[in-house]
Design a protein around this ligand. Structure first.
Ligand code: ADP
Ligand code: ZN
Length: 519
C-alpha cells in the first residue's frame, strides 16, 4: 500500500501537520486533478507539488524561472533523501546528459527545469519517452505580460496540456491580483482546474507610510526601533544603495549593499552573511530577495516607491516569515510621485501599456495617501475583502488628521494655470510663497495675481499639498522631461469651488518620531 500524504509529510519532510489548504491541494493533485494555487510567499507552496510527485508514478517536472532557486530546492530535497535534480544553463553537457539518463530510467522523483529548456524539441521528445507524475508551473504569474516578471516562454506552456492531457498540472504563484489570476488561468488552460485561493493577509506585519522629508535621517529613526535586528532596506538605484549602506555603516549599523552591478562573489558573500549572521541590514535594489528564505527578517523599509502594489506586497512579504511581529515601512515624497508619473508618460510604451502602468501607480499612490486601514487597501488589491480595520497599521493605530484644503488647493491650481502650466513644483512654490528670486522676476512671475498668496504656509506644507494633488490626479505631470505640472479635467470643479477637498495633514518630524515610539 502506498503511504498517505500525511505519512510522507512527517517521514520525509519532518513536519507534523499540513498548513492551510496544503492537504486539499495535495489530495486533489494526487488524484490527477489540475490546480491553480494562489498562496502568499512563505505559505508553503512547494510541498503542494513535491508530495504528489512522490506519491504518483513517474517524475514530477517543475518549471521554474529562477536558476538560483532550483539549486537551493534540489539541495534541500537531496538532504531529505528525495531524488531531485535540475536542468538549466548552468550545467555542463556531461552533467545534463547524466540527468537525462536518470529521467529516462525513472530514477528521479523531481526534475526542475527552466521554461526555455523545457520547450526545446529535444527535451519534449525526452519527456515523451519518460513517465511523468505531474507538471508544476512555479511562479505562474510570469505568464502575464503586464507583470514585472513576464517570461514569454511561459505563454507556450499550454502545449503541456495538449501533449499530455492525462498528466495533472499545478500552477503556483504568490502574485495574483484578480486580472493576473484570470490571465494565468486563460493562458495556461486552467479554467477548468480547481482554484485554491489562500488569504494573502500577513497579520504579523505592521504597515506604515511616512512622508519623505530627510529620508536618511528618517530611516535612522526607524532603525532605532530595530536595533540588532535583521532587515532589508530597498532603494531604487544602485548608487543610492551604496550611499545608504555607507551612511548606515557610518552610524554604527551593520549594513551591507546588494545590487546587480556588484561583482558576483561580493554579492554572494553579502547574501551569505545576511542569511547566516544576526542583525545584518541588507540595503538593496529589488534584485535582492526573490527566493530568500530567512524567517527572522524583522523589517522591510522602502526608501523609494515600489513599482506596484503587487511589488510592494512581495517585497514586504519577506519580513516576518516566522510569524513574529515585523514592520513594513515606506518613505515617500513628492519627488517620487512626479518622477514615476513622468517616467510613464515619457516612456516608449504603447497607449494600452501606459494605461495599465498608470492604473498600477494610481493604486499604489492611493495606498500611500489613504487615511484608511492600509491592510484593507493592500488586500483589496488581491480581490480580498478584509471586513474590519486591522488595528495593526499606522492609520489604524494613530488615525491621521485631515483638513479642509479647498482654498489652498485653489491657490495651487490657479498658480499652475496663471504661470502657463509648464513649471515644476519648486518654482510654483516660490511663486506662491512670494520668493524674491531673479528667475521669478525675469519671468515676470512676481506680477502674477498668485504671487505671494501662499506665504501663510511653509514650503514643506506646499510640497505635501502638491504631492496629494498630483497623486489624486488633480494635476498632471508633463512628459517632456521637465516635470512641469498642468491642470486636468478634475481640477476644474475644485477651482470653481464645486468640490471640497480634504487632505491629509502631515505629521511633523517630531510627531512622527513620537508616533514611532508609541506605536
Ligand atoms: P512558498 O514557496 O509558498 O514561498 P515554501 O514552500 O518555500 O513557501 O515554504 C515556506 C516555508 O514554510 C519553508 O521553510 C517550508 O519548509 C515551511 N513549510 C511549508 N509547509 C509546512 C508545514 N506544513 N509545516 C511546517 N512548515 C512548513
Ligand atoms: Zn489597519
Amino acid at each position: 500500500m502506498s503511504p498517505s500524504p500525511l505519512d510522507l509529510l512527517r517521514r520525509v519532510f519532518g513536519y507534523d501537520a499540513f498548513r492551510g489548504p496544503q492537504q486539499a491541494i495535495v489530495e486533489h493533485v494526487v488524484a490527477g486533478g489540475d490546480a491553480l494555487v494562489l498562496m502568499p510567499t512563505g505559505g508553503g507552496k512547494s510541498l503542494c507539488y513535491q508530495i504528489p510527485a512522490l506519491l504518483r508514478n513517474g517524475t514530477g517536472i517543475v518549471i521554474s524561472p529562477l536558476i538560483a532557486l532550483m539549486q537551493d530546492q534540489v539541495e534541500a530535497l537531496a538532504q531529505l533523501g528525495v531524488r531531485a535534480a535540475f536542468l538549466n544553463s548552468s550545467l555542463d553537457a556531461a552533467s545534463a546528459a547524466a540527468i537525462e539518463r536518470q529521467l529516462l530510467a525513472g530514477e528521479l522523483d523531481l526534475l526542475y527545469v527552466a521554461p526555455e529548456r523545457l520547450l526545446t524539441p529535444r527535451f519534449l521528445d525526452l519527456l515523451g519517452r519518460s513517465a511523468i507524475a505531474l507538471f508544476a508551473i512555479d511562479e505562474a504569474h510570469c505568464v502575464s505580460q503586464w507583470g514585472h516578471d513576464f517570461r514569454p516562454e511561459y505563454r507556450q506552456l499550454n502545449l503541456l496540456h495538449e501533449r499530455w492531457p492525462q498528466v495533472p498540472r499545478i500552477a503556483l504563484t504568490a502574485t495574483a491580483d484578480p486580472p493576473t489570476r484570470r490571465e494565468i488561468a486563460e493562458r495556461l488552460d486552467l479554467e477548468q482546474a480547481r482554484h485554491f485561493v489562500s488569504s494573502f493577509d500577513r497579520p504579523n506585519i505592521r504597515y506604515r507610510v511616512v512622508q519623505k522629508d530627510n529620508s536618511r535621517r528618517q530611516l535612522l529613526d526607524f532603525l532605532d526601533g530595530h536595533r540588532g535586528e535583521a532587515g532589508i532596506v530597498y532603494c531604487l538605484s544602485r548608487r543610492k544603495v551604496e550611499e545608504t549602506a555607507a551612511y548606515l555603516e557610518a552610524h554604527g549599523i551593520a549594513a551591507l549593499p546588494y545590487h546587480a552591478g556588484m561583482d558576483a562573489a561580493k554579492r554572494a558573500e553579502h547574501q551569505r552573511r545576511f542569511l547566516r549572521e544576526d542583525g545584518i541590514v541588507m540595503v538593496a535594489t529589488i534584485a535582492f530577495g526573490m527566493g530568500i528564505d530567512k524567517p527572522d527578517v524583522r523589517f522591510v523599509a522602502h526608501m523609494d516607491l515600489p513599482k506596484s502594489m503587487e511589488g510592494y506586497y512581495q517585497e514586504t512579504g519577506r519580513a516576518g516569515r516566522d510569524g513574529a511581529p515585523a514592520e513594513a515601512w515606506l518613505c515617500y515624497g513628492l519627488g517620487d510621485v512626479v518622477m514615476l508619473k513622468q517616467m510613464i508618460e515619457s516612456s516608449e510604451a504603447g497607449e494600452e501599456r501606459k494605461r495599465v502602468e498608470r492604473r498600477k501607480l494610481d493604486a499604489l499612490l492611493g495606498y500611500c495617501e489613504s487615511t484608511r486601514c492600509r491592510r484593507q487597501l493592500l488586500l483589496a488589491g488581491f480581490g480580498e475583502d478584509y471586513p474590519q480595520p486591522c488595528g495593526n497599521c499606522d492609520n489604524c493605530l494613530s488615525p491621521p488628521d485631515t483638513w479642509d484644503a479647498t482654498v489652498a488647493a485653489q491657490k495651487a491650481l490657479s498658480c499652475v494655470y496663471r504661470s502657463g502650466q509648464r513649471y515644476g513644483v519648486a518654482h510654483l512654490i516660490d511663486i506662491l510663497r512670494g520668493a524674491d528670486h531673479p528667475r521669478i522676476r525675469e519671468l515676470g512671475h512676481d506680477r502674477l495675481s498668485t504671487f505671494g498668496i501662499g506665504a501663510d504656509l511653509d514650503a514643506r506644507h506646499w510640497r505635501s499639498i502638491f504631492r496629494q494633488l498630483v497623486a489624486a490626479g488633480l494635476l498632471a505631470v508633463d512628459a517632456d522631461g521637465h516635470s512641469g505640472l498642468r491642470l486636468t479635467p478634475d481640477s476644474r470643479p475644485v477651482l470653481r469651488g464645486e468640490r471640497r477637498l480634504l487632505l491629509r495633514r502631515e505629521a511633523t518630524r517630531r510627531r512622527e518620531r513620537e508616533r514611532l515610539r508609541s506605536v
